[in-house]
Design a protein around this ligand. Structure first.
Ligand SMILES: Cc1ncc(C[n+]2csc(CCOP(=O)(O)OP(=O)(O)O)c2C)c(N)n1
Ligand SMILES: [Mg+2]
Length: 585
């Protein structure tokens, strides 16, 4: 056993990497092996404190590690892949973490230094040589190739620091094969020492409080927008008491839906191109909007950002200066921008309690009168996805974890799920690749052992990650997998119908796809399987808590639409010309 405090000894660099990671908050490693990363993996295996999960694909290893970071209390997920195809397979998983600001550490093996290409323009010299730094630069906070063994401690420390500090994100450390196996003297290694940044003076917070209180005193209809930045900043546990104190109604982005339970007083729900309508009406009606930790992406503001919150004085609080600065050039004027960590604001700004019952009563009235489920009477021959999500969310207890994929199944979940206290609802919000939720559920299962993880995935999404059923089966993970089988890529079919006169391609069997028999697929992995063909079977067949993996194939009507959804040319207050915004009185 090596000990970092022991003086005058040498150790293999890869052993040092494993030990350093283990001593700095890494307890799990999702990996796929390969020739260029064997020493790193060997050392991690020898370090008994790091648990190893053998993924079936590097994208899943990165996604598993990302979900582990999202759901574990304080640890950071690690994934390890070999050079060349191993590294390039990480790209989607790393992108998820980058665009959702999730700390993640990736180690890639690289060809030995004496086999590297001699010039930048040369394609390749070593077998499976790939420019990892070049590929990952735009999708990481930091990527470095170790050129000199003596830099290893410094670079590991730097990468771990960068992954977690400020707006978090993924980092990649590329380590050539020959350097992995050199002997180093740990006590002689240079160490990374982060710069200490000063936090603003109390006077500054006093100034902000005065400004915001003055705006609130003039406002009759204020609204908060809560974004995912709140959880990322570590203030999820503070947000409820903050809202109770300030007493201002709020909406959440999808990434922040699980911050506060659905029936929490003043929670108006989500908003955006899939509604709900009342969330969008609240935004169009408010006269002051304070946006906390959200970059207001296209799914939230629709196609006409200039019409977003048209009557409101707009305040944005965000840690990332670039997210603030971009608005001016796209024709969206912020009246007040505060470039600070949202946690610092929640902790230090003192707002006076707001009170206007007329405003909060109107908001609760529209929320209860225009529910999504009310627009979806169960008329389908098979399972109506809205009713399914409704029943599923009723059946899941407080604290459960739900992970959803991309496509229709994501929209239906986000529109219909009613969050309970301490539940976590996770997806890849910004990159949104098909095939995220299953490997993410695996990461979640290791972050929350002994809990049932609920994985919602489309039939199409499953086809992009079904090899991970092997990982689920190998560890007998308690995951309930709900395959939303609408026999195709439902969301694309709907989009093509709405926008391209129904010239369908690659959306179902008739237009070129193929799907397997999911029952036989489950059997081949040794996973239990049940089919849900009608809503009445939901309560009878689904067991919300499980101790081993279970696949529920839910037969969704292939013509089931996502509804409401913004129609071309429409705006957020009038998603599809079908329901007119009620007048505020
Ligand atoms: C990797 C990837 N490729 C393509 C897309 C574009 N896309 C989004 S959803 C979707 C279809 C999803 O089909 P399915 O998983 O069955 O979900 P459904 O819409 O039917 O619920 C496609 C092709 C994507 N998001 N990710
Ligand atoms: Mg589908």
């Amino acid at each position: 056993m090596c000990n970092l405090d022991r003086l005058n000894y040498s150790m293999k660099l890869s052993d040092f990497v494993a030990e350093y990671l283990e001593q700095n908050g890494v307890g799990i490693c999702f990996m796929v092996s390969g020739g260029a990363v064997l020493h790193i993996i060997d050392s991690i295996k020898l370090n008994s404190k790091i648990k190893i999960v053998c993924s079936q694909h590097e994208e899943s290893a990165a996604t598993g590690a990302d979900a582990f970071s999202r759901l574990s209390k304080s640890e950071i997920g690690l994934c390890v892949a070999t050079s060349g195809p191993g590294a390039t397979n990480l790209v989607t998983g790393v992108s998820n973490a980058f665009f959702d600001s999730i700390p993640l550490i990736c180690i890639t093996g690289q060809v030995a230094t004496f086999r590297k290409k001699q010039s930048k323009d040369m394609r390749q010299y070593g077998f499976q040589e790939t420019d990892v730094v070049g590929i990952f630069k735009p999708i990481t906070k930091y990527v470095v190739k170790i050129e000199n063994a003596a830099d290893i401690k410094f670079e590991l420390g730097k990468a771990l620091h960068i992954a977690r500090v400020g707006r978090p994100g993924p980092v990649v450390i590329d380590i050539p094969d020959d350097l992995q196996r050199v002997e180093i003297s740990p006590e002689e290694l240079k160490e990374f020492r982060p710069e200490v940044t000063d936090s603003p003076e109390m006077e500054y917070f006093h100034e902000i409080s005065t400004k915001l209180n003055s705006l609130l005193s003039k406002s009759r209809k204020p609204l908060l927008i809560l974004g995912a930045g709140i959880r990322i900043s570590g203030s999820a546990s503070l947000v409820k008491s903050f809202i109770e104190r300030v007493n201002i109604p709020f909406v959440t982005t999808w990434g922040a839906k699980d911050l506060v339970c659905e029936d929490f007083d003043l929670n108006i729900g989500t908003f955006g191109i899939c509604g709900p309508r009342y969330g969008n009406w609240a935004i169009s009606e408010c006269d002051l909007v304070i946006i906390l930790g959200s970059r207001l992406n296209q799914m939230q503001v629709g196609g006409k950002i200039e019409d977003f919150a048209p009557n409101a004085f707009k305040v944005l609080i965000d840690i990332d200066r670039l997210e603030i600065d971009k608005f001016e050039s796209i024709g969206f004027h912020l009246d007040l921008a505060i470039n600070l960590d949202v946690k610092v604001i929640i902790e230090n700004v003192k707002l006076e309690r707001f009170n206007n019952p007329e405003w909060s009563n109107w908001l609760s009235k529209i929320k209860s009168s225009f529910t999504i489920i009310a627009e979806h009477t169960q008329s389908n021959a098979e399972v109506n996805s809205y009713h399914f999500i409704d029943l599923l969310s009723n059946s899941l207890s407080e604290g459960s974890t739900i992970i959803t994929d991309a496509g229709g199944n994501l929209c239906w979940t986000m529109q219909g799920f009613k969050i309970k206290d301490k539940q976590r609802l996770v997806s890849s919000w910004n990159h949104s690749p098909m095939g995220f939720s299953l490997p993410a559920a695996i990461g979640a299962s290791f972050a929350k052992p002994n809990e049932t993880i609920n994985c919602i995935i489309g039939d199409g999404g499953l086809m992009m990650c079904l090899q991970e059923l092997g990982t689920v089966a190998r560890h007998n993970l308690p995951i309930n997998i709900y395959i939303f089988n609408n026999r195709g890529h439902g969301i694309q079919k709907q989009t093509i119908e709405t926008w391209l006169k129904g010239n369908q391609i690659g959306v179902d069997y008739a237009s070129g796809l193929f799907f397997p028999n999911f029952k036989l697929l489950a059997e081949s992995f040794g996973i239990s399987y049940r089919k849900i063909e009608t809503l009445s079977e939901v309560g009878k067949k689904i067991e919300p808590n499980t101790t081993s993996p279970m696949i529920y194939e839910v037969m969704i009507d292939p013509d089931q639409k996502i509804y409401p959804m913004l129609k071309f040319g429409g705006d957020l207050t009038n998603l599809d010309d079908s329901i007119v915004k009620p007048v505020f009185s």
